[in-house]
Design a protein around this ligand. Structure first.
Ligand code: ATP
Length: 337
């Protein structure tokens, strides 16, 4: 590896850290895991982690940043970065950071996300304005909820008005409930080679909505069961091949649009959270502009990643491959921010 001191790959011990660091090691990088004391024993178990930097809690991240800079580390952000450190800490990080920080503002704001998809001409569920009468089933989502916690479903206006009376969150959205299969497509866009790959796909397992069919509807009557959307796990999925072309089209539109609306555009991993209707149309409920937890199913690669690479390539490893390629071509600055 080029440079005065070889670059190392570092991340926070959480979310998809094992996948990221294993992938980096497989690509020949030295790896660093920043862990809080509580998780130390977990991350010590893995030989592909060369160095562990312990901090009392993730909020002390700032105190070890200089050490990471001295190590010539490149930070790979994942889902816990914004959740535990907050957007501002991410934006102000001085250590080399893989991905475009300018995307963070768009990702964290549901309205901006929607604007991005609409400019890209990608279908999104109808959103009802505050107080607007609904004419179809809806899902009510509070802001800042994670993993579907605290969402509720209302089949008509009467039910919505009733439920909203006892709904505590002040900021929420009322969105058309799209009936279909939720499917999460894991993309990787290389700004070095200008290519888009679909690396894997997953489906979430949510309680209780995914298990309601286990009790026949006549037995549910009178029980007052409400659907909830709390994520408990992920399962792998391959898409019907005739739908794959549209999945690529959507990813390409997202990337192309990002170049027009966000300085530098998006690069690296991102995920479109979709629902496919019986008409086989995708509706996009969310975009995550980073590695998502569903990719952890594919530490050994996936049916899709093996179509591009003759080795086991996870999203974590793909990131390391991109960094290696950028170093080789003298374009590292192009993929850091
Ligand atoms: P995360 O940040 O972990 O992705 P989240 O809290 O932002 O989760 P969403 O991804 O918006 O939540 O939604 C959680 C779940 O709620 C989805 O997986 C899906 O099952 C259901 N859901 C969300 N929006 C809709 C919709 N418009 N129609 C039908 N189901 C929906």
């Amino acid at each position: 590896m080029a440079g005065r001191k070889a670059h190392k790959i570092a991340t926070l011990g959480s979310h998809s850290a094992l996948q990221i660091l294993k992938g980096a090691k497989d690509e020949g990088f030295l790896t660093i895991c920043v862990v809080n004391t509580m998780r130390l024993s977990l991350y010590r178990r893995f030989k592909f982690i060369d160095k562990i930097i312990e901090i009392p809690s993730f909020s002390s991240f700032g105190s070890i940043e200089d050490q990471l800079i001295r190590e010539n580390a490149i930070i790979i952000p994942h889902g816990s970065f914004v959740a535990y450190l907050g957007i501002e800490v991410n934006k102000k990080m001085n250590v080399a950071y893989f991905g475009n920080k300018a995307v963070l503002d768009w990702e964290s704001d549901r309205k901006l996300q929607r604007k991005w998809m609409q400019i890209a001409n990608i279908s999104v569920p109808k959103r009802f304005k505050k107080g607007e009468k609904i004419d179809r089933p809806v899902i009510v989502k509070s802001y800042g909820a994670a993993g579907g916690q605290g969402y509720f479903f209302a089949k008509n206006q009467k039910e919505l008005t009733f439920r909203l009376k006892s709904f505590k969150p002040k900021k929420f959205i009322v969105q058309e409930y799209v009936i279909g299969v939720p499917l999460y497509i894991h993309y990787f866009y290389s700004s070095i080679t200008n290519t888009l790959e679909i690396l894997s796909i997953d489906k979430r397992y949510e309680t209780n909505v995914d298990s309601l069919g286990r009790i026949p509807s006549q037995n549910q009557q009178g029980l007052g069961i409400e659907p909830s959307f709390v994520v408990v796990g992920n399962s792998p999925l391959v898409l019907r091949e005739s739908l794959l072309g549209e999945a690529f089209n959507m990813g390409e539109k997202v990337v192309a649009t990002s170049k027009n609306i966000i300085k530098g555009g998006i690069w690296g991993p991102f995920c479109l959270e979709t629902i496919i209707t019986p008409e086989q149309k995708f509706s996009i409920i969310e975009i995550s502009c980073r590695i998502v937890a569903g990719t952890n199913l594919f530490i050994n690669g996936s049916p899709y990643s093996s179509l591009y690479w003759n080795k086991e390539v996870s999203t974590g490893r793909r990131i390391a491959m991109e960094i290696k390629e950028a170093i080789k071509k003298g374009k590292l600055n192009k993929i850091l921010s």
